[in-house]
Design a protein around this ligand. Structure first.
Ligand SMILES: Cc1cc2nc3c(=O)[nH]c(=O)nc-3n(C[C@H](O)[C@H](O)[C@H](O)COP(=O)(O)OP(=O)(O)OC[C@H]3O[C@@H](n4cnc5c(N)ncnc54)[C@H](O)[C@@H]3O)c2cc1C
Length: 211
């Protein structure tokens, strides 16, 4: 559900080239790695990826939008696209409970029917869209640099983060890691903050429990 549209080729090589300017040294991917490990974050802003995100809820995307540094986004419009038959997110807790699943799916069907009825009455899409649920899947094109990926993982791989966002973060890391060996090395630094700091600074710590 995450598709690479474009990615900087050989990102560590690029980081080595730009960083070597600072010291007038011979460029190498190892210089890129040294910059990550030394916390020279600006160097990580040169390589980036553009991904198409589909199959995640508008609620998760709403949280994605709180990340404002190192990212650019475009989102599918609810004014121009017809959402009569929308797809939606179902949490595991609901999936695993037949009665809850029934209530959940009935509500989504009800919303879908209401959307279509309003449309039949000639209500414009931008107004009809107000009935759509946060669980509805929404498509986004995200551009994010290597620094943004590593920073986002600090909080969003945390067990305290929204489960769907954690799932998204894991998928993002996997998809980017499959681009090439240099991206794989970069995303190996994308870890939750407890692993990076060596301790947890969340007031309500999970204490290692993946709720
Ligand atoms: C468990 C959890 C619960 C959350 N609950 C809520 C919630 O209830 N409501 C809510 O609205 N959000 C919530 N959030 C989102 C959170 O508050 C942040 O908005 C989100 O994590 C993105 O912010 P960021 O600093 O990580 O990233 P970015 O905004 O991309 O910032 C990256 C880094 O850039 C620097 N920076 C960014 N902006 C500035 C600035 N203006 N000035 C100076 N330096 C800056 C900081 O060093 C920052 O760490 C939650 C997040 C988590 C993980």
């Amino acid at each position: 559900m995450i598709k690479i549209i474009r990615a900087t080729p050989n990102p560590l090589t690029l980081m080595g080239i730009v960083a070597s300017t600072c010291w007038n040294s011979t460029p190498s991917p190892q210089i890129g790695i040294n910059c990550i490990e030394s916390g020279h974050g600006r160097v990580l802003e040169y390589p980036d990826v553009i991904v198409e995100i589909d199959g995640y809820s508008a609620r998760m995307i709403r949280e994605l939008y709180t990340k404002i540094v190192g990212v650019t986004r475009l989102q599918a419009s609810t004014r121009y696209i017809q959402y009569g038959e929308f797809e939606y997110y179902i949490p595991e807790s609901v999936k695993n409970n037949n009665k809850a699943l029934d209530i959940y799916e009935n509500l989504m069907q009800h919303i879908s029917t209401a959307y279509l009825q309003l449309e039949e009455l000639g209500i414009p899409k931008q107004d009809t869209a107000n009935v759509l649920p946060l669980a509805m899947h929404s498509k986004v094109v995200l551009k994010i640099n290597a620094r943004g990926i590593i920073e986002m993982a600090l909080t969003r791989l945390c067990n305290r983060a929204l489960k769907e966002y954690r799932d998204f973060m894991i998928e993002l890391i996997n998809v980017i890691g499959n681009i090439d060996g240099e991206w794989k090395k970069i995303v190996s630094y994308a870890k939750p903050k407890c692993e990076v700091y060596g301790y947890c600074n969340e007031k309500n710590s999970c204490k290692g429990d993946d709720n």
